[in-house]
Design a protein around this ligand. Structure first.
Ligand code: ZN
Length: 272
């Protein structure tokens, strides 16, 4: 029997998080990407946005200790990303849906010190908000209310799915999401507008997906810095997470939080 001692693991998680935050200014640009087939589902891609390189450093007096990746975006449309263009040795874990809520998840995340962005649906969160509120070093983001293929909905319907989910998450979790992952990775141009209208900084797809022992890579067969990884809560989640953490270790990569890296291109007024 093995067992992670919570005290030590919490410290580890904190260290991991801190090292992310302390990384400082590396010049980074949000990817404008080519979206082909993502996990077998697809989208007719919207016009790709150009990744504009802004190598200017922070002019403000505030102390943002985080490595920021400005998201190049078209006004009124959320940018779509599958990975983060960073030279930091980091990868980003994301978990979708929330249907299976294994009580061992919390301890495993603590022990391994892995921060996660959770893209959750209405149903699982309403069924068990405490489970998600109790997970360490996680942020909850939007995955729509009911998991439709967004392309089948008119823009208004897409907005209802995203904004409605965001409203619910804000009430249940206490923080309004800033990222949206379309179910199946399927979206169209209306999705980018609907996401922006609902206050989403970006539409987040993925580069690597984990299905049991299967690790699928979208473009290259290895972990790279900046990859966004997709998992689901399953009964085998803890085993999968350990395997993934080992793999990242071997590749010399650590886990960081997407939200620490992705920031709006410009900060000005956007109505709350
Ligand atoms: Zn999903």
């Amino acid at each position: 029997m093995s067992g992670g001692r919570p005290g030590e693991s919490r410290r580890r998680a904190e260290r991991a998080r801190l090292s992310t935050l302390v990384r400082g200014a590396v010049l980074l640009v949000a990817t404008s990407l080519t979206i082909d087939t993502v996990g077998g589902h697809m989208s007719d891609g919207p016009a790709p946005s150009e990744a504009s390189e802004s190598s200017s450093s922070t002019p403000t007096t505030s102390p943002p200790p985080v490595t920021l990746v400005p998201l190049a975006s078209t006004p009124g449309a959320a940018p779509v990303i599958t990975r983060v263009e960073t030279t930091d040795p980091v990868v980003f874990l994301t978990i979708d849906d929330g249907h299976t809520r294994n009580p061992e998840v919390k301890a495993a995340l603590e022990e391994l010190g892995v921060p996660v962005s959770l893209f959750l649906l209405d149903g699982p969160v309403q069924a068990d908000p405490d489970f998600f509120r109790g997970l360490p070093d996680t942020l909850v983001e939007s995955h729509s209310r009911t998991h439709p293929d967004m392309r089948t909905l008119p823009e208004e319907g897409q907005r209802a799915e995203i904004c409605g989910n965001a409203d619910m998450l804000e009430r249940a979790i206490g923080r309004r999401p800033v990222l949206f992952r379309p179910p199946y990775g399927a979206y169209n141009e209306a999705t980018t507008r609907a996401a922006a209208a609902c206050g989403m900084r970006a539409i987040v797809l993925w580069e690597v997906s984990v299905n049991g022992a299967d690790v699928g890579y979208r473009t290259v067969p290895e972990f790279r810095a900046g990859d966004i990884l997709l998992m689901h809560f399953r009964s085998t989640f803890v085993t999968e997470l350990r395997a993934l953490a080992d793999r990242a270790d071997e590749a010399g990569l650590r886990f960081a939080l997407l939200e620490d890296y992705l920031v709006p291109d410009t900060v000005p007024d956007s109505g709350g």
